[in-house]
Design a protein around this ligand. Structure first.
Ligand SMILES: Cc1ncc(COP(=O)(O)O)c(C=O)c1O
Length: 499
């Protein structure tokens, strides 16, 4: 399919605006463009066809099952879009005075209250725009907390398990801390003996997601909390996997001091293309003074921004955070009402339903009941038939399923991380199981079908290395490289989606 720039014809327009006799505003020379922007010139029918065709070539949660582990790709209820498009929300200016934005402030305040209850921690900041930014903000809170206690120079290390998502060590490094890795034990928990040897007076804290990226709830979490608190260190909860435990167990009760939420995952939000997201954080009392400003507070029947926080780490996001995400999350939570627990229970049930039917056909590194997701391995398929986790993932696309997350977590070879979420019907799960089992049969009977998959998608098997190293993401006009003659043609480059 041609790019829109390649369809462009000079002088062609999708619409024309009436000419107006308006005064041309004075602009300083240094701010003037030297030439007009090189926008595609195209008629409206061609424009509509171009984007409609593109939309049919992509895959989303609205077109099929999307079990991308750790990403929680659940259905996004349409009522959320309706609510977020109410003019009072949609047309609100970020600089609107507080008395003209009471409804929006109340919604944010209510969301804070709900998140505090779900986390089991009293104070919330809605500001961070993603889980990873929540991580960084949480670590900045730790730094401020220790600096305030005169321990800023001594506490330098954050402990992270080998199953951690890549954003965890990245955030730790960005926050100026050092990573102390800790191993996983044979049951898929943190190895407590290894941990004990690594926690000391220089430890600032732990960063952990529970359930872990193996989809397993850490059976020793209270002991782990005692080790960290005993050493005067803090516990950070990466809430990417909160979908498993809402209304059932609370990170605050497990001993965590700081929690981030991935609103876009747990409480629905279209987020397949990388955003927009929401990563609020909840903290214990002793960390509240350091939270970002503004806080949203209630005075009687009035709601307002509070900037009067002398120990705050400052602002971490423009204005008051990603407001549209707040509205959708609030709508999702209210639709479940007091039954938020049911959301997590069905997510866990769906995952265990899949696991029970797949664990004989694939390798299962940790044979336990899973939480909302689980990790299989294609190790035996690879050894016996040369079929890798990537081949399985690509072949699933021929069955109209989005591939699961592959090759993550890093401590499982040929990993396939599967997360069905609570919004999928039993029939869909059964079709997925049938496809996964057929793939195992094909691995021994006709492996070439798997090696060449996908067969029926607009983009075939791509060269993964070239996709990562030579991705062409920008049209450069006359300098645009023509890669069509190269194997794994330039237009077919795609990046591998991680967790
Ligand atoms: C376990 C885990 N932690 C953190 C993150 C980062 O969250 P975000 O993508 O919202 O930055 C992810 C994202 O997939 C994740 O799976």
């Amino acid at each position: 399919m041609k790019l829109i720039y390649e369809k462009s014809q000079e002088g062609r327009r999708a619409s024309s605006l009436p000419a107006r006799e308006l005064a041309v505003p004075e602009l300083p020379d240094e701010l003037r463009r030297e030439r007009p922007p090189r926008l595609p010139e195209i008629s409206e029918p061609e424009l509509v066809r171009h984007f409609t065709r593109l939309s049919t070539r992509t895959f989303g949660i609205d077109t099929g099952f999307y079990p991308l582990g750790s990403c929680t790709m659940k259905h996004n209820p349409r009522v959320n879009e309706r609510v977020v498009n109410l003019p009072g929300f949609r047309d609100l200016h970020p600089l609107q005075e507080e008395d003209g934005a009471q409804g929006a402030l109340e919604l944010m305040w209510r969301l804070q209250e709900i998140l505090a209850e779900v986390a089991g921690l009293p104070a919330v900041s809605l500001q961070p725009a993603a889980g990873s930014q929540g991580e960084l903000t949480g670590l900045m809170l730790m730094r401020a907390y220790y600096a305030d206690r005169g321990e800023g120079e001594t506490r330098r290390k954050i402990v992270i398990p080998d199953t951690a998502h890549g954003t965890n060590p990245a955030s730790v490094t960005m926050a100026g801390y050092e990573v102390t890795p800790v191993q996983t034990d044979p049951r898929g928990n943190i190895d407590v003996d290894d941990l004990r040897a690594k926690v000391d007076a220089e430890t600032a804290g732990l960063m952990l997601t529970n359930p872990s990226t193996l989809g397993l709830f850490d059976e020793n979490i209270e002991e782990i909390a005692a080790i960290f608190h005993g050493a005067g260190a803090l516990m950070y909860y990466d809430g990417a996997n909160l979908n498993a435990v809402c209304g059932i167990s609370r990170p605050g009760d497990m001993g965590f001091d700081i929690v981030h939420f991935n609103l876009h995952k747990t409480f629905s939000q279209p987020h397949g293309g990388g955003g927009p997201g929401g990563g609020p954080i909840a903290v214990r009392d002793r960390l509240e003074p350091f939270l970002p400003v503004p806080a949203i507070v209630r005075d009687g029947d009035e709601f307002r921004f509070d900037y009067d926080r002398p120990k705050t780490i400052g602002k971490v996001r423009g204005f008051s955070g990603p407001f549209g995400v707040f509205v959708r999350s609030y709508a999702y939570i209210r639709a479940y009402g007091p039954g938020l627990r049911e959301m997590s229970e069905v997510a866990v049930l769906n995952a265990n339903y899949l696991l029970a039917q797949l664990k004989e056909a694939y390798d299962l590194p940790f044979d336990r009941l899973c939480m909302h997701e689980f990790v299989l391995s294609a190790r035996t398929l690879k050894r016996r038939h040369g079929i890798t986790a990537l081949d399985v993932a690509k072949r699933l696309m021929d069955y109209d399923f989005h591939p699961p997350t592959v090759y993550f977590p890093l401590n499982v070879p040929e990993a396939l991380m599967i997360e069905p979420t609570e919004t999928e019907a039993k029939e869909t799960l059964d079709e997925f199981v049938a496809a996964m089992l057929e793939i195992v049969r094909d691995a021994s009977e006709r492996p070439e079908v798997l090696k060449e998959a996908p067969h029926d998608r607009p983009v075939g098997r791509v060269d993964e290395v070239k996709a990562a190293k030579r991705a062409v993401v920008r049209y450069l006009f006359e300098d645009h490289p023509d890669l069509s003659h190269e194997p794994g043609s330039g237009r077919q480059l795609e990046a591998q989606k991680g967790a």
